[in-house]
Design a protein around this ligand. Structure first.
Ligand code: DQA
Length: 173
């Protein structure tokens, strides 16, 4: 079983309870980006495009507003920081969107951290990893993801947010 004591079991219920107390609270979705994605727009633009990570963050903020989600957007080149953000999401967030970048193909530690999160997780890859080198075809994260968006460019992030919004409202669909 994923999750543990004190975890937000039903983020929608949590949101409704908060609203019942007169607070207007949007569910939090944590968007995580792994190593080298800070160089998006400059790094191999023929593969990853010209949009920067700041552009992606702005897109997520805009779509988050439309979907009434509160977006927390992070990038790190350090595995432990991504793990700490996943742990932080356990108590507070309704969903996670993650592009683990190269850690996708290497990190059991990120898989273990995601296994502690009970809400929906969408894995995003900007490029179509299946058209690329064989070592990119395996993902440790896919086994825990509710869905995977691959090869849709940076649009993958906002598609993932739309999917998370739907899953938060109707977890079985
Ligand atoms: C990536 C694909 C990974 O294989 C690669 O290591 C990345 C980016 C993508 O978004 O296409 O850094 O996750």
């Amino acid at each position: 079983m994923r999750g543990g004591a004190g975890h937000v079991k039903d983020p929608l219920e949590w949101r409704q309870r908060a609203q019942g107390r007169g607070n207007r609270v949007n569910p939090i979705v944590v968007v995580l980006n792994g190593p080298n994605l800070n160089l998006l727009g400059k790094r191999e633009p023929e593969i990853y495009g010209r949009e920067t990570l700041a552009d992606v963050e702005a897109d997520c903020g805009r779509v988050g507003k439309e979907l009434e989600l509160s977006i927390e957007f992070h990038q790190s080149n350090r595995e432990y920081e991504l793990i700490d953000w996943i742990h932080g999401a356990r108590e507070r967030a309704a969903g996670i969107v993650i592009n683990p970048a190269a850690f996708t193909h290497t990190s059991v530690a990120i898989l273990d951290a995601l296994n502690t999160f009970e809400g929906p997780i969408i894995e995003v890859h900007i490029s179509n990893v299946h058209k690329r080198e064989p070592f990119r075809h395996h993902s440790y994260v896919s086994g825990v993801a509710s869905g995977i968006i691959v090869g849709c460019g940076t649009q993958g992030y906002t598609l993932a947010l739309r999917r998370i919004a739907k899953l938060i409202k109707a977890p079985k669909q």
